[in-house]
Design a protein around this ligand. Structure first.
Ligand code: AKB
Length: 317
């Protein structure tokens, strides 16, 4: 029997992953935690508790008390916010990961750990098109440096202590249930909400900034496929490249205009433009597809159709 701990369950990925894992493992076996309150659907469908992953003693007690067998550690300071407070972001991103890895090393019942990496591990020197799994990695953002260091630690804990930690280099994630906060790819969520709410959006990236993106159901299925794979199918314990579609703000704008013809976007790049310019345009993910038996389902057109439909429902209430 599996007992699963989700750290960061109130966040963009956590809120959707928690619900999917509850379907698969049973509501009572998926323990949602966060430092902030979670949405009602998380609290009403299974156990939820406030937990600060920076508090290592509380974390280990929680894991022992609830006989946790798998940990999903999803809490992080994203790229834009990390540039505003570099030392705090470094401390939170690294120390929280170390607390989770140490807990998994010490508590024998913990069999598997998931920790999200990001396309931010790549840098200006990385090939931009179809970025390979193994390539030059010289990130120049605090967030990217913390993700690359985290990848190295994950692999170290696997090689040295046998902690079965698995990871995905998420692209920008597009979703309507919980909005992200503090990331560079956040524009690709905001643009849909503002299109429905105000028919206007001021974009903080330039119109031709191409970045890899993915619709949340694909990210959730990739994560579950990776965590369900047999141990000898997992070759990379640092982080798998995964790809959905590659898109610019202007292309999303054009797609949204098919539903909201009066939608207007103005482009006013800020400090996040430089971050976006250092990341890949598109990703080669053939290892994730063959090792984890996973395939993405959503492109820009289908993502846009669903985003507009679901956000319109939310707007009506
Ligand atoms: C961010 O923009 O910081 C994140 C990411 C790509 O990891 N969404």
């Amino acid at each position: 029997m599996e007992n699963i701990l989700i750290i960061g369950a109130a966040g963009q990925i956590g809120s959707e992953l928690t619900m999917e894992l509850r379907k698969q493992y049973g509501d009572g076996h998926v323990f949602a935690t966060d430092i902030k309150e979670a949405p009602a659907y998380i609290k009403d469908s299974g156990p939820f508790q406030l937990l600060d992953v920076m508090d290592d003693r509380h974390l280990i007690h929680f894991v022992i008390r609830h006989k946790i067998t798998q940990i999903y550690h999803l809490a992080a300071v994203l790229s834009g916010n990390a540039e505003k407070l570099p030392l705090q972001a470094w401390s939170i991103n690294m120390n929280s990961l170390m607390n989770v890895l140490e807990t998994a090393r010490m508590v024998e019942e913990v069999k598997r750990v998931f920790w999200p990496s990001s396309i931010a591990v790549f840098g200006p020197g990385t090939p931009k098109e179809n970025t390979p799994q193994v390539t030059i990695m010289e990130p120049n953002t605090v967030y990217g440096i913390s993700k690359l260091a985290g990848e190295r630690w994950c692999e170290y804990y696997f090689n040295r202590y046998g902690v079965d930690v698995r990871s995905i280099r998420y692209p920008g994630l597009i979703s309507y249930k919980t909005e992200p906060g503090g990331g560079t790819t956040d524009y690709a969520v905001e643009i849909y909400f503002e299109a429905v709410r105000k028919q206007a959006y001021e974009c903080f990236l330039g119109e031709n900034t191409r970045l890899p993106m993915m619709f949340m159901p694909d990210a959730v299925s990739a994560t579950i496929a990776l965590m369900g794979a047999l141990q000898d199918e997992i070759y990379f314990h640092n982080g798998y490249n995964i790809a959905g579609f590659s898109v610019t703000p202007a292309e999303i704008e054009a797609e949204i205009k098919k539903y909201i013809p009066g939608f207007r976007v103005t482009y006013k790049p800020d400090f996040r433009q430089e971050i976006a310019d250092s990341w890949p345009d598109s990703i080669d993910d053939h290892y994730a597809r063959s090792h984890n038996h996973w395939q993405n389902r959503y492109g820009l057109a289908e993502t846009t159709r669903i985003m507009i439909k679901e956000i319109s429902k939310l707007a009506i209430g």
